[in-house]
Structures are given as structure tokens and as C-alpha cells.
Design a protein around this ligand. Sequence first.
Ligand code: AMP
Length: 148
Amino acid sequence: MGKLEKAVRPEERIADLVIPGSKVAIVQEGNTLEHALLVLIKSGYTAIPVLDRDYKLKGLISMPLILDTALGIERIEFEQLGTRRVEEVMNTKVGWMRESGTFFRGLELSINHPFLCVVDEEGVFKGILTRKSILATLHKQMKNAPKE
Ligand code: AMP
């Protein structure tokens, strides 16, 4: 934050910090777990959003959820992943907020979520707000705060 940059205020909108949906790795609820596993591996993330056909937020799918589903008694049964669907195992408890939400709300929710899904008034997915970008914003602000 240079001298001309304004400090972030609690009531400020989160818009500038949101990673747009077009840059977020996602899967659809009807996709197979095999497809979801490929997307997770290729993206390098452990959890990503699940959307429906209308791009509405439905849940999160993660590597542990998928591997747990494939866990047999003695081995991981990867062949199961081609027939099971994301909607069967996704976590529907998602950290989310509206795109009109405040920085403070994002900060509060990010205590318990590494990233938040951002949706519009109709629940359509708009992108994500990561804990990392919230912390980076606060860090920059504290670093540049005038010394007492
Ligand atoms: P980061 O703050 O970049 O470490 O991201 C924290 C978490 O947010 C990651 O582990 C992912 O679950 C999610 N995430 C961040 N960026 C993306 C992205 N481009 N696509 C999908 N998920 C993401």
C-alpha cells in the first residue's frame, strides 16, 4: 500500500479480492468422481466448488472425500470412481458469501474456511475469496501503518 492507496475498511465490498469464476477449477454435481479426481489432481487443489448446470453453488468436493469413497477393506477401489457421482459425496456445508458482502464478513468466515465461494443474489457462482488474499490485504495494511 503506497501513500496514495486507501486502507481497507471493514464495511468495504470484497469485489476487488475475488478470484473470478472463469479462473476457478470447478466440477458439476453430475460429474463422476473419477472426473473430479482428475480435476483436483490437475489443478493441484485439495478442494474445489461443485456447481449445477445453471452455475449455482451446490457444495465442495475434496480429495479426502473421494478417496474415502473408494476405500475398500484392503485396497483403494479406483474402479468405483467411474460410476459414483459428485453429488453423492460432496460436502454441502460450504463457506460462502454474497458478492455484495463486506470485507469484515469475509474475514470472519475465513477463520474457519480456507476459501469462500462468492455468489450473486440468485446463488449463481461468481468466484472465490481466499483466506490468503484476506490475510495478504491485512498484512499489507499493518506493514504500511504509520508508526506510533
Ligand atoms: P490459496 O489461498 O491459493 O492457497 O487457496 C486456498 C484454497 O482455495 C485452495 O486449497 C483451493 O481449495 C481453493 N482455490 C484457490 N484458488 C483456486 C482456483 N483457482 N480454483 C479452485 N480452487 C481454488
